[in-house]
Design a protein around this ligand. Structure first.
Ligand code: CA
Length: 424
């Protein structure tokens, strides 16, 4: 029998007592603060902190650093910076308070009324102050599909792809929380039949199904993080939609890579699922051939079994339609390898930095993680239940990504990241 809370949580809920993801919420009255999700509720960590429940967290931090006000700000950065011993201690405190056996909250209706908010009655904000954002390109199937379109299947992968986790530096300022409307970008494109470019709204707006992880403690400039210690720097994982304007991208990307095709909006889910919560779903990573260089090689490396799905709902549809199902295990490069590679030159990651997976496509046609692949650059449009077709996303379309790990009688869910396209 899995651990039970005194709060009733259905087996399909994303947020049982085994999960306890962290987020920043703004109640109707009051300032933004940290909370954890359980069932359809949020437990106010700022108030719990005020009541003295996290005094032992400071003791868990080496050197006994003052950790008395970690949950009252409008970001999780202070908590993320504390590191794994403090994260584990906090989880232990929260699971004790929320367990069916503990009377502290269970038997105090007045206290519960102050501590719990309904998720539907608050506004979720970005969980962290994101200083830097990097997007990898770590799904073999995605890289192979896109490369096949551009260069043919024989030359699909660039020579470096199986030797290092390819990435580009994205833009942090345009990372937004789920629910934020996505304004169709304008920009410069070159139609194939035209000799010169034109300016106007993107005509091939796409989504990219991704996950991303947040950096906990950073590393100093010039001090690489070895792959054996990479995990110590990883706080937790969110869902991400890397909205992409393919026509802008096609014209601008050579020779320096994505720029305005990507930085107009990047959406993430509000709840950060910790590595502690994902622990039961840890799996061996896929085999890598050729074997990576030693700084990317770790016998105990890992991935997670996270089922992922994207749904599309056009303005005419009454309910969303699933357009792809994939899994986090489809990533060739692990998050530890991504982090080790990112710092191998001495680059300093900082608390709150966001490192994204890249589009997570699987081996089959129905597990492709973006419209570019699902429609093969528009050649095979999606047929929707409404009778409509889609080569790319249109104004009024809403795209949502969900994900969860299936446990025995419970789920570790990620909630969702959604966004609706509005006109340019
Ligand atoms: Ca991407």
């Amino acid at each position: 029998m899995p651990l039970q809370s005194f709060i009733d949580v259905s087996q399909e809920s994303d947020f049982p007592i085994q999960n306890l993801p962290y987020g920043i919420f703004k109640p109707h009255q009051g300032s933004p603060r940290a909370g954890v999700a359980i069932s359809n509720l949020i437990l106010d960590l700022s108030l719990l902190e005020e009541l003295g429940h996290f005094r032992d967290v400071a003791a868990a931090v080496s050197g006994g650093r003052n950790a008395s006000r970690i949950f009252s700000g409008d970001s999780l950065n202070a908590f993320m910076a504390l590191g794994r011993p403090a994260w584990k201690k906090t989880r232990e405190i929260l699971q004790n308070l929320l367990s069916a056996e503990s009377s502290t909250l269970r038997d105090d209706a007045e206290l519960r009324a102050r501590l719990f908010h309904k998720q539907g009655e608050v506004t979720m904000q970005l969980p962290a102050r994101i200083g830097d954002y990097t997007d990898f390109y770590s799904s073999y199937y995605h890289a192979h599909n896109v490369g096949s379109m551009l260069r043919g299947p024989e030359n699909a992968l660039m020579p470096n792809w199986k030797w290092l986790p390819v990435a580009y530096h994205g833009r942090a300022s345009s990372v937004v929380v789920s629910g934020t409307e996505v304004k169709r970008p304008r920009g410069q494109t070159k139609p194939p039949d035209s000799s010169s470019p034109v300016y106007g709204p993107s005509k091939s707006l796409d989504f990219e199904l991704e996950t991303a992880f947040f950096i906990g403690p950073g590393n100093s400039l010039g001090q690489p993080v070895s792959i054996d210690h990479a995990e110590d720097h990883i706080f937790g994982i969110v869902l991400m939609n890397d909205w992409s304007a393919r026509d802008i991208q096609t014209w601008e990307y050579q020779p320096l890579g994505p720029f305005l095709a990507k930085n107009f909006c990047t959406s993430i889910s509000p709840w950060v699922v910790t590595l502690e919560a994902l622990e039961p779903f840890r799996k061996a990573p896929p085999a890598q051939d050729p074997p990576p260089l030693s700084y990317l090689n770790r016998a105990a490396d890992f991935t997670f079994d996270i089922q992922l799905e994207a749904r599309l709902q056009t303005a005419k549809m009454t309910q969303p339609q699933t357009i792809t199902r994939t899994n986090f295990r489809n990533l060739y490069w692990s998050i530890a390898q991504q982090l080790a590679h990112h710092t191998v030159n001495g680059c300093n990651l900082q608390t709150g930095d966001l490192l994204a997976s890249g589009t997570i496509s699987g081996p089959t046609e129905d597990s492709r993680g973006c419209m570019l692949e699902l429609t093969w650059r528009g050649a095979n449009p999606l047929q929707l239940s409404s009778g409509e077709i889609r080569k790319w996303l249109e104004d009024g379309d809403a795209l949502s990504i969900t994900g969860y790990c299936q446990g025995d009688g419970y789920r570790i869910g990620f909630g969702e990241v959604n966004g609706r396209i509005i006109s340019a």
